[in-house]
Ligand binder design. Sequence first.
Ligand code: MG
Length: 449
Amino acid sequence: MKMFGTNGVRGIANGYLSCELALQMGRSIGVVLGPRVAVATDTRVSSPMVRDALRAGLMSVGADVLDLGMVPTPALQHYVRSRTDVTGGVMITASHNPPEYNGIKCISGDGTECSKDEEARIEDLYETDIPTVPWDRIGHVSQVSGADEEYVESIVSKVDAGSIRRAGLTVCLDCANGASVNTTPMLMRRLGVRAITLNGNPQGEFPGHPSEPTEDNLAELKRMVLDTGADLGIAHDGDADRCVFVAGDGCYVSGDIALALLGRYMLRRNGGGEVVVTVATSKVVEDSAASAGGSVAYTAVGSPIVARRMMSDGGVFGGEENGGLIFADHQYCRDGAMGAARMLECIVSDGPLAMQMASLPRYRTVKLQVACPDDRKTEVTEGIAAAHIGENVNRTDGLRIDYEDGWVLLRPSGTEPKFRIYSESRDPETAERRASEFADEFAKALGGQ
Ligand code: MG
């Protein structure tokens, strides 16, 4: 049975995501990722319940549990990666999903998100009657404190903390009442940055605003940056693996722009190299990488895929346009607080964000969604691909066609019966026209069964 989506197992707590499910998942994970598994949670009301059931499952198959408490997902990943005797990790979180949801996300012994193979092994075992161990081999549980501080110290050691401190910056920080409520304020203090916090209460009503850190949902943060004259606005999602920004002029910085600016900065710092992004990423990243003497590699959508490509090819920096930022010199996973620290360093080095954004070429990106039954996705994609033979077609993920001045992408959703259509061009009218032409072509392919 397929249980893992793009970001672990998700569902409504005490609905699909029941204690029974968490207990059996714990047994299955204990066998695959044991014998020493670190466990952490976000701030959701249901997280302790899911954690306790999962912990019992782990121990019942003889796995020892290291309970890190409430910390961001990348802090758990950092803990697992830093210790050879810790063989895996589990994060209890539903990231940006609404408060009624929760989830189980698995981490490999090297601190990266579990591969599809490991997830498939966990799913297969879940279906079976997993043998438990005799009473004297039941796993132990230890409470571990300090994983959050260790993560913050690791970030401070990687950035130019002295320059950031001397710059005397002020930031507005929206933690969405999530897992970053302790770590990112702690990081700002360690970097000598004055932080004005918003939704920074772990007992607050998670997430404090509609949960996805999109421009509409961060209206309060944008206003606060303007009202306080802060240098930067920083927002995390619920488990703080992602980080999005607001410039000092109150403008929301899209994920594509953040990838372009941080990519350029990291390439300059590194003296060239490769930035890894997904096929759904704006060409502005490629333009800015080229200006710093670097190149861009494209992967299928999914941050573990980006991270693994960086590991195999030696990519310097990578990420997704939803605020997932991966820095090879820290760890191969989305790393929200590291993204915040690097952006501060980038501002100190290259100037205010609004000014940096003005230096980038402008693209118009149109995003549409079209319904399609799951069982017809392949046939529809192949039909459209056949009509474009001889053009600059890329089949890394769905169907992408590149033009001189932009690109279009038709990508099947992994979780819902729909496709996403992207169209980007320097000329806004061309972007709109290609999006609607592509949507028409899709409708024809779907209708002509
Ligand atoms: Mg997340």
